[in-house]
Design a protein. Structure first.
Length: 91
């Protein structure tokens, strides 16, 4: 699985959520669910469609926000799942 991440976004994610973006690879590998974000995002690469992957790490549910660029996963954010997300995915 090919992943790509931005070092600036990685620093922002570490400061905001306390986790490196590279942790998203483990989330993707341990995926229990995956949903499309219905919003469109405009970047320098054009319109992006993001997805949210839900996966287990050490008995805890995490969320990885990503977009696909060809066959490469572009990681955007990694965080612990909130209570609503846990109820949805851990039934």
């Amino acid at each position: 699985m090919d992943i790509e991440l931005d070092t600036e976004k990685d620093a922002i994610n570490r400061a905001k959520h306390g986790f490196p973006l590279a942790l998203g690879l483990i989330v993707l590998e341990n995926r229990v669910g995956d949903v499309a974000d219905p919003r469109e995002y405009v970047s320098e690469f054009g319109t992006e469609y993001r997805r949210l992957a839900f996966g287990m790490i050490g008995g805890r549910l995490f969320v990885c926000v990503y977009t696909m660029r060809g066959e490469t996963y572009r990681l955007i954010s990694v965080r612990k799942a909130n209570k609503r997300e846990q109820r949805t995915w851990l039934r």
